[in-house]
Design a binder for this molecule. Structure first.
Ligand code: ZN
Length: 262
């Protein structure tokens, strides 16, 4: 029965989306973004999804199993900071939505360790987004391992849990980076829908982009650092509109059926 359902969904998606296989697609676009950036993004998306589709990158996720229905995971990168991370947590708390945070190690200091702990205590995942936010492709293997482990150790010292889910800064991976991540026990999480909140500073354009492109099983990329006031402003309406469309929110570990921590 489940196989027939899956077959029908794939058939429907093929009819709707033509040649593009939505299983290996990264969506999100806006007229607020200029032609050069749009072209750059298309190139990056093609270069990233192709090796996943071909099976060369393993242990990497763009989205959940689409047969699970209208489920979506909100993910927030680049925290912690002293301001917007708390605001995002306030909004999630208000709507009783659980989300996943990919935090950077080096900005975690005494003055914001409380928000790291708060995110964990309120039921969100606190995960690894490297120590200094570098382009991993430019680093040697031992430097990549240092970026990974220093961050997971710092997060563990605050939350008591050592993250095993990793999001590469800029989504920047190649075969060597993937091999290093896998050898060191990390699962790589990218996204299937980019809110583009890092490029668009207009809250309505962010909301429109997410709502117009959402699909079941999406992992939505958002940000919650000090530079992302527009993401904070867009979040309540994104949650409300997705709920009106019948979407439920899950953490990555629930949605993907994987372990978030060691
Ligand atoms: Zn980032």
């Amino acid at each position: 029965m489940k196989n027939i359902l899956l077959f029908l969904i794939i058939l429907l998606q093929t009819a709707l989306f033509g040649d593009n296989n939505p299983l290996y697609e990264i969506r999100g676009e806006s007229s607020e973004i200029d032609a050069n950036l749009t072209q750059f993004l298309k190139q990056w998306r093609d270069n990233t999804t192709k090796p996943i589709e071909d099976g060369n990158y393993t242990n990497i996720f763009l989205h959940a199993d689409i047969t699970k229905g209208k489920i979506v995971a909100l993910t927030f990168d680049d925290s912690p900071d002293e301001n917007n991370t708390d605001k995002v947590l306030d909004i999630l708390n208000h709507y009783n939505v659980k989300a996943s945070f990919f935090m950077i190690g080096s900005p975690i200091q005494d003055n914001n360790a409380t928000v790291v702990k708060r995110a964990f205590d309120e039921g969100h995942l606190v995960l690894n987004h490297s120590f200094t936010h570098p382009h991993l492709k430019t680093l040697a293997n031992d430097e990549i391992i240092q970026e990974l482990n220093a961050t997971s150790e710092k997060i563990e010292s605050i939350t008591g849990h050592y993250p095993l889910l990793f999001r590469p800064p800029y989504g920047d991976v190649n075969q060597q980076v993937m091999n290093t991540l896998n050898t060191n026990g990390y699962t790589t999480i990218l996204w299937s829908l980019d809110s583009l909140d890092w490029a668009i500073k207009n809250k309505d354009a962010i909301i429109e982009n997410v709502i117009n492109h959402i699909q079941p099983g999406d992992i939505v990329l958002m940000h919650s650092s000090r530079a992302n006031q527009s993401s904070v402003d867009a979040l309540p309406e994104i949650i409300e509109k997705l709920q009106q469309l019948g979407y439920k929110f899950e953490r990555l570990d629930e949605m993907l059926g994987i372990k978030a921590y060691r």
